[in-house]
Design a protein around this ligand. Structure first.
Ligand code: C2O
Ligand code: CU
Ligand code: CU
Length: 502
């Protein structure tokens, strides 16, 4: 099936899918956006397999990604320079611009301090940070620091709207350990579109431990950020969110890594640390090496694992991160090495240079994360039930209401939250559950201890249909925080609640 056919089939499946939750919703407007002639439609309908026609977006059947041809060297987000004015450390501007993603074509995109995506901000544990946030868009936005343990008034949730042309300075102390976090907008109902258009950046925290472990840490050289996002470009190579949008999560056939189309990464013969971020609106990724070789995972969303975990693959739902180390020291380009997805589609080819790089060893002990006996025995005091699909998604039977507080919790007190993904007649789907303003610990998945590579700090957790997970949650700061599904369209459709920390 050629690219065009694929696109057409996808457009139709989106139409069919949006038609299924509301039989009358296949409006002329939607038909228009998809730009499909009747003839093409007939064609594709015959190609479609029955499954796609009935259900909602079962995420096992999503359109697969085009292979990266590797013709473009991976772009590395710049490291943001520190300001030096009245204690303000960083200035972050949300902007709209044009980006050459495809050769010779300008795509309208959003970005932070640039036209697409954002720079990397580096923070040190223990420092007090002021960040000036400026909205240069012509629509409302917020600046949310995903995974950061901050007072709620600095968290940038939907209550923290910054209007066009306005700015806000936030201040907080960096109190958590080294981790790969990120930032993105969070305005009520339009988060999915703003992220899809390009608003997402990286936030690294470093501390004494991260600096003394001897891990690869030469930014952009052997310590590489990788933001994975799938997009659907229209005929003019534009990001037309309205046309691409799916209520169960917008997916595309085109992969961008750090905003690079058809990326490849050139590495020396050395151990290379890859900081994987699933920055997609909805797509899950399962990362593995095409050779079947193993790699080690060294960090979760919120910090280092106690010990490196040897894996052949790692799955990340939207917003999850994993740091992995791939050893290229014995490899060369004849190996035709690449990072691939579950189904084998090529995400990121590697070119191994003749240079031998730094010699590093991965320490056997990296952290002192622990889940205590006491925490494991705490009773469940918060229950969260995720249910539904499309625009009918709910948490505990309710949709988000910014005026309603769903839970209260005491500052500094650990409580056990039990989250259940209630299936529907069609089986249901994975929901990645995220809580703001905290890093939590996974106690169990369906009563079993979590896999080794989830025995570390987490701020998002992927939950399968009919799965029940228990997590230990503590907030160090006060205020109102969001918890929600990180399929951004589900979040926008109301799969979100609020916890007030007192
Ligand atoms: Cu990535 Cu509400 O967050
Ligand atoms: Cu968040
Ligand atoms: Cu969801």
């Amino acid at each position: 099936m050629g690219i065009k056919m694929k696109l057409t089939a996808l457009a139709i499946s989106i139409l069919v899918i949006s038609g299924c939750s509301n039989a009358n919703s296949q409006s002329e407007e939607e038909m228009d956006h998809s730009k499909i002639s009747d003839e093409e439609m007939d064609h594709s309908m015959m190609d479609m397999d029955g499954d796609m026609m009935e259900g909602h977006m079962s995420h096992d059947e999503v359109v697969s990604l085009n292979d990266s041809t590797g013709e473009n060297e991976l772009k590395i987000p710049s490291m943001l320079e520190r300001d030096d004015e009245e204690g303000v450390v960083y200035t972050v501007r949300a902007q709209k611009g044009k980006t050459e993603i495809f050769d010779g074509i300008e795509t309208t995109t959003y970005g932070y301090n640039g036209s697409f995506l954002g720079p990397m901000l580096r923070l040190e544990k223990g420092e007090t940070v002021k960040i000036r946030t400026i909205n240069e868009l012509d629509e409302n936005t917020t600046f949310h620091w995903h995974g950061l343990d901050v007072p709620a008034d600095a968290d940038g949730g939907p209550h923290d709207v910054i209007k066009p042309g306005e700015e806000k300075i936030i201040e907080f102390e960096v109190s958590q350990e080294a981790a790969t976090l990120w930032f993105h907008p969070h305005p009520e109902g339009i988060t999915a579109e703003q992220v899809y258009n390009g608003l997402a950046g990286l936030l690294y925290i470093e501390d004494d431990n991260s600096k003394s472990l001897g891990l690869p840490s030469d930014y952009g050289k052997n310590d590489i950020p990788l933001i994975f996002q799938d997009k659907l470009f229209d005929d003019e190579k534009q990001l037309n969110f309205i046309a691409a949008m799916n209520d169960d999560g917008t997916i595309g056939d085109t992969l961008l890594v750090n905003g690079t189309l058809n990326p490849k990464l050139t590495v020396d013969k050395e151990k290379v640390r890859l900081r994987l971020l699933n920055g997609s609106n909805a797509r899950n990724f399962t990362f593995k090496l095409n050779t079947g070789d193993s790699f080690v995972q060294i960090a979760t969303d919120g910090g280092f694992l106690n010990e490196p975990v040897v894996l052949k693959e790692v799955t990340l739902a939207p917003s999850e991160r994993a740091e992995i180390i791939v050893d290229f020291s014995q490899m060369n380009s004849e190996n035709d090495l690449a990072l691939v997805n579950e189904d084998g589609s090529i995400l990121l080819p590697f070119e191994v240079s003749n240079q031998s790089g730094a010699v590093s060893t991965i320490p056997g002990e990296m952290n002192d994360f622990s889940l205590t006996e006491e925490e494991m025995e705490l009773p469940v005091t918060k229950k969260v039930e995720l249910f539904g699909m499309m625009d009918q998604v709910t948490i505990n039977g309710k949709k988000f209401d910014s005026e309603r507080i769903d839970f209260t919790q005491q500052q500094g007190v650990t409580e056990v939250w039990e989250i259940y993904n209630k299936p529907d007649e069609m089986g249901g789907m994975i929901h990645p559950f995220h809580i703001h303003g905290t890093q939590f610990k996974i106690i169990s998945r369906n009563g079993e201890a979590p896999p080794e590579n989830e025995r570390g700090w987490k701020d998002s957790i992927s939950i399968e249909p009919d799965e029940r997970v228990k997590i230990a949650v503590k907030f160090n700061n006060k205020g109102v925080y969001m918890f929600h599904c990180h399929i951004l369209e589900h979040e926008d459709n109301g799969m979100m609640g609020q916890v007030k920390v007192e």
